[in-house]
Design a protein around this ligand. Sequence first.
Ligand SMILES: [Zn+2]
Length: 170
Amino acid sequence: MNAEDLTEIERAGRRCGVCRSGRGWRRFEIVRPAEREPIVLCGSCRARFGDDPPVARKPEPEPTSAALKLLSPPKPDAGERRTDRRPDRLRAALGKLPGSFSTAMAARAAGLNNDKTLARLHDLERRGEVQRVGNRWSTGPPPDELATAMDRLAARTNNLRIVRDRARVG
Ligand SMILES: [Zn+2]
């Protein structure tokens, strides 16, 4: 290793330019591919890539607009995405419905059949946009389970207190 190599290794932070390993950096090698910056390589990357490591290559030419067009056609198998791109009748209808509604009400409002509406409601439920409350749906926030539990606990505690007070009286 000469002084110039050492400078390159130091400049690379004593790390391999490919795998970023710093192990055994004293045995690192420098390759100088044509028209590229010198590249510091650890022993295994040197063995693997030789004089053409996959870093610091000249940037790929910009894709032409024709190539971009080829990349952009929508994928017909992306079912959910396709649904999303269409104006969502159900979502629009939800805005007009009361906070709590049945599947049939949503279906009527959206002009969809019940099965389709139910499937979409389940979909929206997974996204947290609607909640199932009993056999109805709600666009409001989910029922606060903690508050409900506290209410139940409070009710039970009151009963206990009544019993205890009675006991004390007796
Ligand atoms: Zn390496």
